[in-house]
Structure formats: structure tokens, C-alpha cells
Design a protein around this ligand. Sequence first.
Ligand SMILES: C[S@@+](CC[C@H](N)C(=O)[O-])C[C@H]1O[C@@H](n2cnc3c(N)ncnc32)[C@H](O)[C@@H]1O
Length: 274
Amino acid sequence: MTSWQSRFAAASADRTGAYEQVLVPSLFHPWACLLVGQLDVREGSRVLDVACGPGTLARVLAGEAGVSGTVTGTDISPAMLSAARAKPVAAGAPQHYLLTSAAPLEGVLDGAYDLTCCQHGLQFFPDRPAAIAEWYRVTASGGNIAVAVWSPLSHNPAFAALHDAAAAVFGDDIAAAFTLPWSMCGDEVAALLEEGGFTEIRHRRRTLPTVFPGGIGGLRTVYRFSPIAGDIQSLTSNAEKALTRELTSRLEPFVHNGVLSMPTRADLVTARRP
Ligand SMILES: C[S@@+](CC[C@H](N)C(=O)[O-])C[C@H]1O[C@@H](n2cnc3c(N)ncnc32)[C@H](O)[C@@H]1O
């Protein structure tokens, strides 16, 4: 595991509250709805959501799979799974949550799922081919797979501005925290799936706005959830002002009437398990 991968895993454990309150509605739930809208989830499907976080995608999938289906969410973070379990049960398929790494997927049986999904999780895994080998193992023959990753920072200028503001205040080493989530592109995912034995690979790019109604202030939550939260907390008041200045000037093109709306591009890749 790289140091940033382990620091992101720790961030998941420590700051689930901020993630739930701000990042789920602004970022993850809209993507979950978009991803599921691209899939043909049949009534009665057995669905797996790997790196499910607080169950955002799992809950949307449950509505599609219906009461005769099942949805299992897995994650390495006990805090994320506690947040998922604490929510009122979503309508549709019963949802179960399982604590496991992405590879191995402990406790998940061979060929047990008709559809395996992973939304904005693959880029955090220390061994991506091993995770894909696990998806192949647990997906039934003829079943489907759906993966979403954010496109690289070069295609996400508003998130690149977050990186650049952090670099200006903390330096490049700390700002590197803002590269891991945007470290994969769809072609790379597609190539990994092909190497892993999947067929009928289809790659789409989609853009959604990530909206922070509180303007630049809402962004503090992104930083609070990120692995640089400790660095932010230890800022002197001058450095804090410098960070606010950097963010304000770099994100100004994305603020309208006090609302920050960051265009966000992701790559969605689907494939079939032969
Ligand atoms: C950006 S969040 C996405 C969560 C969820 N898929 C969603 O769309 O809301 C990434 C998730 O990956 C999980 N994760 C990171 N590394 C992991 C690993 N090696 N195995 C399993 N889950 C992991 C984290 O705990 C976190 O919940």
C-alpha cells in the first residue's frame, strides 16, 4: 500500500460524518444515480458493491434489484460500514454489508453475483489487478461488471484547482494527496478488465456538476475528509488566510451567486464476465 493509499483508508475511518453530510449529497449520490441509470439492473439480480463506503450506490441498486434481489456492500473501513448499517433500510432488495478488503474479497463466494459494481474505489486499491481477479471470481458466468473512476485532474480543472491551492500553501508532497482519487482513466480500467478476462468492454465518459451550496466554505469538508486534514488543522492563521486566498482565486470561475459548482468528469466502464 502506498502511503497515500493508507492515509486515505485512515481518512475513511476518521471522518465519516463529514463525508456523509457533504460529500454524499454533493458528489457520490448523483454519481450513483447516473451509474445505475446506465445499467440494466434486472429485478431479482444479486448485486455486489465493492468499496461501498456508507452504502450510497448499494441503496440505489437495491431499488432496481427489487425485493426478490439482494445487494451486498463490502468495504475495508468499519466506520463506513457502520454508517451504511445505521441508515434506515432502503426500499427494494435487502442490503447486507461485509467488512473485507477488495482483494481478497473474504467471505464472498465464487460466481455469487449477477452484477458487480465499484464506484470511485478502484483507484484506492493497492493491487488493482488482484481486485479485478476477485471481481472475475465472484461474478457469475454471463454476469456484468460496472466500474466508475474520476477522470484524471487534466480533465477535472476544478479539482486540479484544489490540488494547486494545496501545493501553493503546503508544497507538492502534501498536495500529492489530491492526485490519487484522480489517478486512473477509463482506458486503463478497460485494459485491466480485458487482461482480467472480461469481454464486451464499453467505456463512457460523463460529466456532472459537484455543487457546494455553501460556496468555497463547503470545500473545507473536502479538505477535512482528505488525508491532509491534519495539515490543515495545524495551519497558522496566516497560512489559513493564504489557503483561503488561493482557493478563492482559483475557484472563482466556478462560483455563481455564492454557489460553487465544480464540473466533474468520470469514466464509466462496463463489461461482461464470460
Ligand atoms: C471515495 S470512497 C467511495 C465509496 C462508495 N463507493 C461511494 O461511491 O460512495 C472510497 C472507498 O473505498 C474504500 N477502500 C479504500 N481502500 C480499500 C481497499 N483496499 N479495499 C476495500 N475498500 C477500500 C474506502 O474505505 C472508501 O469507503
